[in-house]
Design a binder for this molecule. Structure first.
Ligand SMILES: [Fe+2]
Length: 317
């Protein structure tokens, strides 16, 4: 399909097919079938294709935003309104679906009002669930079966990052929204295994990293710069994206700047990301917390990292 079309999961399209006036394209080998909205049997035909194993359909790029808005509204009405009293497990599941959709929306449409609003909604609702749980260890144990690994890790990192930032007296709700958007966008151009490889814990020299990984911070900033409304993404968010793989000893990428030159917000993100990484390594055993913190102290003892680590300590004590 040409880039005039966006791929959408057939399950997601079925949930909004009655609400939105759009045509759906189905690719079967070399053949493309168009289901027009006015076809009375569009829903039945889609259901039949789904039962036969079809997973993805296509919608016109212009109609894709209408699809996203309808989908977000459904999730909001069903799961995210506080008076609904939805079990947290179902909320996490809904947020996971919403995260997938939002990530694809950023890849398909770039940065616009709709995509940024979707990312903010996920952050707000994730925070609501996380704040009702005592800590990341208990959260992981309770919800690990309700979300895919990418979203779960992103949620835990985002929560830790926001909590670290919130310990500083210069923190504000506006700033926390900016940091949350950074967490969503840092790896928006990468998929599962690439996100893990991009952490480069093995310390591969940057010259030997695959281009896509080496360039993803810069490519994400390029995506942001293409937005027609430049006010949607703040300078702070861009800085975190640019620096999120830099390391205090200068062995990071894409630039290789050293500890003191790494901004405090970026340092908070890097610490939060590595903290969650180590929690996974330790299988979220709460009794291993001292080992996890000692490891971070051995790696991040300079510049703004010291302040970020002190903040993390204060959250755990
Ligand atoms: Fe990254």
């Amino acid at each position: 399909m040409s880039n005039k079309f966006c791929a959408v999961s057939i399950s997601d399209i079925l949930t909004v097919v009655d609400q939105v006036n759009f045509d759906i394209y189905i690719k079967l080998g070399e053949k493309t079938i168009k289901l027009e909205h006015q076809d009375n049997d569009a829903k039945d035909r889609l259901t039949a294709y789904k039962e036969k194993g079809l997973k993805t359909v296509f919608v016109n790029k212009e109609q894709y935003t209408a699809f996203l808005k309808a989908h977000s509204k459904n999730l909001k009405d069903k799961f995210f309104s506080p008076e609904k009293k939805v079990p947290p497990e179902d909320m996490v599941q809904a947020l996971d679906r919403s995260y997938d959709l939002t990530k694809k929306a950023f890849q398909n449409l770039g940065i616009n009002e709709t995509t940024v609003e979707m990312a903010q909604e996920i952050h707000k609702e994730s925070l609501r669930v996380m704040q009702a749980t005592p800590n990341v260890f208990k959260f992981f144990t309770r919800f690990k079966k309700n979300a895919g690994p990418e979203f779960l890790k992103s949620m835990l990192t985002s929560y830790t990052f926001t909590s670290i930032v919130d310990t500083f007296d210069w923190s504000s709700d506006v700033l926390k929204e900016k940091t949350a958007l950074a967490t969503m966008l840092c790896d928006v151009l990468l998929e599962g295994d690439e996100i893990e490889a991009a952490k480069n814990r093995a310390g591969i020299p940057k010259e030997s990293l695959p281009e896509k990984i080496l360039n993803h911070p810069k490519d994400t900033v390029k995506l942001i710069n293409k937005a027609s409304n430049q006010n949607l993404v703040s300078r702070e968010t861009v800085l975190i994206i640019e620096q999120h793989h830099e390391k205090p000893d200068g062995s990071g990428y894409p630039v290789g700047i050293r500890g003191p030159a790494i901004n405090i917000l970026s340092a908070c993100y890097i610490i939060a990301d590595h903290f969650i990484e180590l929690c996974y390594e330790h299988k979220f055993r709460e009794e291993d917390i001292d080992d996890i913190l000692d490891r971070l102290v051995s790696l991040y003892g300079s510049g703004n990292f010291k302040k970020a680590l002190k903040a993390l300590h204060s959250l755990i004590d």
